[in-house]
Design a protein around this ligand. Structure first.
Ligand code: ADP
Ligand code: ZN
Length: 430
């Protein structure tokens, strides 16, 4: 299903022409209104008239998270503050928050991108949409909310509240779709199990949208199996509006990035040179339609790659592979580079393993993976546990090339975060 079929399937030459025009407008606007970019353009000898092709985006300066903090609170505004109607900030997972201003048009456009994204997964006005993300400064609440309302769904702004209340709302209002953190979805599945609720029989759920934190294909499958629903990956970041930047279509085969709103590049994070299509690198995004606060070549730190083949759905907007993490998530343990997602993939592929885990680094370079058991794994037989423990250590060693310790814990014994899951606790002395 399409929200705006013409735009979503625009032939590439027309899409690129639209991108170029919007890029030229954006560059002109920031060169007139944003001292931060004026200074950078002067130093690099960039004139707005010099942007003649899409490739010229590579002549523009990068914008980094450090720049956003240095210009905090409103140094990147391209309009006076009284044109802004909304403020969001990043959740601050990696330090002080970054502030993002929205004009009325920006708010509406962000909702439009969500509407497009939801509709392409089959959401209609008949759906009851329970938004289980935080409604504060975090974009996952309000931005998704306005988009689902635009589609015409009945939207329940549940927020992250307690599981009992979520379940009550789901039952009383026959919720069909949820927006939820993947880590919370795993936890919530365990909660339903404990309550003796069978989601297939007792609930009307059919779709979940998960995002805001990295998760693996194995985690998606687990959530799908636990609830008997379809789970779609949703990617976004506050700096680029929040959710609605890239989203999976009904084929669940990569995330379509809305290229009429963003120019994407994938670069080698060290050399900053573009990588060939299909190769992994850091995602760089330039906003094309933001009024209040345009951002050029934002270094997202998110690691992904382009899927070069066109999608079966007919949309021409490029697809990204699942984000495997942020370049700054990478752990260096005994000289080896490790992404927490590699550990999650191993854990979630084992049925004896439960739904929560944490990676602890301590001492000089000791890694312990503390992981909950599932009901299958927690059968009270000590010899099963010893065998499972050795099997996990072996699988992790093969994946990571470093041998971790594994602690197996009873179901439900690890703490659950209110917001995004904190998967790594680094207590190393150096
Ligand atoms: P913070 O940077 O403080 O966490 P945000 O809430 O803006 O604030 O988080 C955006 C980040 O969340 C992205 O840059 C990315 O690292 C991560 N993220 C969002 N959606 C996904 C997703 N679907 N898969 C993996 N990571 C995601
Ligand atoms: Zn598609």
């Amino acid at each position: 299903m399409f929200w705006d079929q013409e735009l979503e399937t625009l032939p590439r030459p027309a899409l690129e022409k639209l991108q170029l025009k919007r890029l030229q407008d954006t560059v002109r606007r920031v060169s007139q209104n944003v001292p931060f970019y004026q200074q950078q353009f002067a130093a690099l000898g960039i004139k707005p008239d010099g942007i003649k092709s899409l490739d010229d985006v590579r002549r523009l300066p990068f914008t980094t998270g450090v720049d956003l903090r240095a210009t905090y609170p409103d140094g990147l505004l391209a309009m006076t503050r009284d044109h802004s109607v909304r403020l969001h900030t990043s959740s601050g997972t990696t330090g002080k928050p970054k502030a993002l201003f929205f004009s009325a048009k920006d708010v509406d456009n962000a909702a439009e991108l969500i509407a497009r994204s939801l509709v392409m997964t089959g959401i209609t006005r008949q759906d009851v949409f329970q938004n289980m993300m935080s409604y504060g400064l975090f974009t996952g609440g309000l931005v998704m909310h306005y988009g689902a309302e635009k589609v015409g769904c009945l939207v329940i702004p549940a927020g992250p509240g307690t599981s009992d209340r979520q379940l009550m709302l789901m039952q009383d209002f026959r919720t069909t779709a949820i927006h939820i953190l993947p880590s919370y979805a795993l936890y919530f599945a365990g909660f339903l199990e404990q309550k003796g609720i069978d989601p297939r029989k007792d609930l009307a759920l059919r779709k979940a949208f998960v995002g805001a934190e990295p998760h693996t294909e194995e985690t998606r499958k687990r959530i799908e199996e636990a609830f008997g629903i379809d789970v779609y990956n949703s990617y976004g970041l506050t700096e680029m509006n929040g959710p609605g930047v890239a989203f999976e279509c009904e084929h669940k085969a990569g995330l379509h990035l809305w290229e009429d709103n963003y120019i994407l590049e994938i670069i080698d994070p060290i050399t900053c040179e573009p990588v060939p299509d299909g190769q992994t690198g850091e995602l760089i995004l330039t906003t094309l339609k933001r009024e209040a606060m345009p951002i050029l070549r934002y270094r997202t730190r998110d690691i992904t790659s382009i899927i070069p083949e066109p999608c079966k759905c007919g949309r021409t907007h490029c697809r990204l592979n699942r984000i495997t993490g942020r370049s700054d998530d990478m752990l260096i343990v005994r000289g080896v580079n490790i992404f927490p997602q590699q550990i999650e993939r191993v854990l979630m592929s084992m049925p004896q393993v439960g739904r929560n885990y944490v990676i602890i680094l301590e001492g000089l370079d000791d890694m312990t993976v503390k992981v909950e058991l599932s009901a299958v794994g927690f059968d009270g037989q000590v010899e099963h546990l010893t065998a499972l423990q050795s099997q996990l250590v072996e699988k992790l060693r093969a994946e990571l090339l470093v041998k971790p310790k594994v602690d197996l814990l009873p179901p439900g014994s690890l703490p659950v975060a209110e917001g995004k899951a904190k998967r790594v606790v680094d207590k190393r002395s150096i």
